[in-house]
Ligand binder design. Structure first.
Ligand SMILES: NC(=O)c1ccc[n+]([C@@H]2O[C@H](COP(=O)([O-])OP(=O)(O)OC[C@H]3O[C@@H](n4cnc5c(N)ncnc54)[C@H](OP(=O)(O)O)[C@@H]3O)[C@@H](O)[C@H]2O)c1
Length: 283
């Protein structure tokens, strides 16, 4: 018996971001209709402007929800819960929610989405490997010094390619409805070890420099990182990265029936793309 979901149109919120872009690519490659939900989408979608919500839902059948900036931030529970309610009321109950691991507030957001009556799959994810190449840690890598307040706490970095694979499995096979997949990579790495792996792949020395939360926040502000993102990073480094997530889980294996991608493979691919070359920064 198959559980194929046919030609449903998928709204991918955060569809230009680290996981959403990969979800869109995969669905499109399968010939499945998709709509990008973001401020640059057509029609535009903005979490902070509720009048954009109904137009972007219209004509779609299911939604991948990647909230921005983070479900752990104040206001997110109410916002994402309201969006889920609107989707369900609009006849779109099939939702796949990306959430963060070890975050009490994100778990409240999961519950708010569940309370909407949605047919829900939750992807509860650990730190993405792609934070080193597509987000705030990119500039650190390019400067060869990963100056972050991460102590020596290990983290099982997960590859956004795996998150997208699980999301697409959930969006194309109803057997994933009701599941909660906790997603990690296959290995625990400290930030010092991650820096070493990235250096090996990039072919140059990249070192980890532990700094205080305050030093990190000051440096980020000087680099023009928005205040809300600095607050988020302070929360993630200061509270969530305390060892609570320093264990592996089997979400990728349960959802996909295979092992998760290793950090070394991620680093090799990112290095090959040239993203970590200093010259890419000025391109
Ligand atoms: N990064 C991690 O390690 C990690 C780990 C676990 C869970 N998560 C969760 O993943 C989610 C996304 O985080 P991310 O770091 O991966 O970000 P991301 O998806 O890379 O973020 C960017 C996306 O959000 C869109 N966006 C930004 N502001 C928006 C707004 N006001 N309204 C609508 N769309 C907006 C952007 O498009 P436009 O600019 O076109 O609007 C883009 O598509 C968060 O909820 C986070 O908790 C992240």
């Amino acid at each position: 018996m198959t559980h194929d979901t046919g030609q449903r149109t998928t709204l991918v919120l955060g569809g230009t971001g680290k996981t959403g872009r990969r979800v869109v690519e995969r669905l499109t490659a399968k010939g499945l209709p998709t709509r990008v939900g973001s401020r640059s989408g057509k029609p535009p979608f903005d979490w902070e402007n509720r009048s954009t919500w109904a137009p972007v839902l219209e004509g779609t059948d299911q939604v991948y929800i990647s909230y921005y900036p983070d479900l752990a931030l104040p206001g997110a529970v109410e916002t994402v819960g309201s969006f889920a309610e609107l989707a369900v009321r609009s006849g779109i109950p099939r939702l796949v929610l990306l959430a963060g691991r070890g975050e009490a507030e994100a778990e409240r957001a999961e519950q708010a989405v569940r309370d909407s009556g949605a047919e829900l799959t939750i992807l509860r994810s650990t730190w993405f490997a792609q934070n080193f190449s597509e987000d705030h840690l990119l500039e650190h890598v390019r400067s060869d010094v990963l100056a972050v307040p991460a102590g020596d706490t290990p983290e099982p970095f997960v590859d956004a390619e795996d998150i997208a694979d699980v999301a697409v499995a959930a969006l194309t096979d109803d057997r994933h409805t009701g599941e909660l997949y906790e997603l990690t990579g296959p290995r625990l790495l400290t930030f010092a070890e991650a820096a070493e792996e990235i250096g090996n792949a990039a072919g140059r020395g990249i070192r980890y420099l532990p700094v205080s939360i305050e030093e990190h926040a000051t440096a980020a502000a000087e680099q023009g990182v928005p205040g809300e993102v600095i607050d988020l990073l302070t929360y993630l480094f200061g509270e969530v990265l305390d060892g609570r997530n320093a264990h592996l889980t089997d979400g990728v294996q349960r959802a996909l029936g295979r092992e998760p991608r290793d950090f070394a493979d991620y680093a090799r691919n990112a290095a090959a793309s040239g993203i970590w070359n200093a010259s890419a920064a000025s391109a």
